[in-house]
Design a protein around this ligand. Structure first.
Ligand SMILES: *[C@@H]1O[C@H](CO)[C@@H](O)[C@H](O)[C@H]1NC(C)=O
Ligand SMILES: *[C@@H]1O[C@H](CO)[C@@H](O)[C@H](O)[C@H]1NC(C)=O
Length: 190
């Protein structure tokens, strides 16, 4: 009496014989194999490429004017992307998929995103925006966004009003929690 396994084996060998006996089937099998190979190879290639994008070195801590901020819209040679929220500038390069060129929030790149985030609009002014006309609810929303950005991204410095001077981040002067490794990149003065 045939067992289940033997039945299955006989079935498979019959199919195999049928496939092998027809050149057309062989060609189809080859085509299927080739497509499968391409799919697997492509997936492996994608997996290889992704982690190879090295993170950029940290940007030195500094305050920025709108003019300076504007240069970091992701199209520069480094591809670095900065976004300001509630008067603070953050390096969002690791979120480039969203804020970089072609991303859904590209309009925020190199800009102050506060008003846009608070009003659910992906648009940002080129001019300094003091946000004073936002409603209390919108101001609260901007603060919450600032908290999220602080948790997720590197803080670079303050966004300067026109005519406002940058503070000195040079000599061991610390500002809250934001001074951990900043001295590493600086040449030792004196
Ligand atoms: C990004 O900034 C560069 C230099 O300031 C500018 O030429 C370019 O048009 C900007 N791109 C976008 C998408 O805003
Ligand atoms: C910043 O430091 C430099 C020297 O390190 C000094 O010449 C300059 O006046 C300082 N600026 C401010 C705003 O304190």
């Amino acid at each position: 009496m045939e067992t289940k396994d033997e039945e299955v084996a006989a079935f498979i060998s019959r199919i195999f014989n049928e496939i092998v006996s027809s050149p057309l089937n062989l060609a189809l099998l080859g085509a299927i194999g080739y497509v499968a190979y391409k799919i697997v190879a492509t997936q492996m290639e994608e997996r290889k490429v992704k982690p190879e994008e090295p993170p950029l070195p940290k940007l030195r801590k500094q305050d920025m004017t709108m003019e300076q901020l504007k240069q970091y819209n992701g199209t520069g040679p480094e591809g670095r992307v900065l976004v300001a929220v509630n008067g603070k500038v953050f390096d969002v390069t690791k979120g480039k998929r969203f804020y970089g060129p072609g991303g859904p929030y590209a309009a925020f790149a190199g800009r102050d995103a506060s008003r846009g985030l608070a009003t659910f609009s992906v648009a940002a002014s080129e001019e300094f925006d003091d946000l004073s006309d936002l409603t209390p609810v919108q101001k609260e929303s901007v603060k919450e966004w600032e908290t999220q950005f602080t948790e997720k991204y590197e803080y670079i410095g303050r966004l300067l009003r026109p005519g406002e001077l940058s503070r000195n981040y040079s000599d061991g002067e610390t500002e809250g929690e934001s001074s951990e490794e900043e001295d590493v990149s600086r040449p030792k003065a004196e």
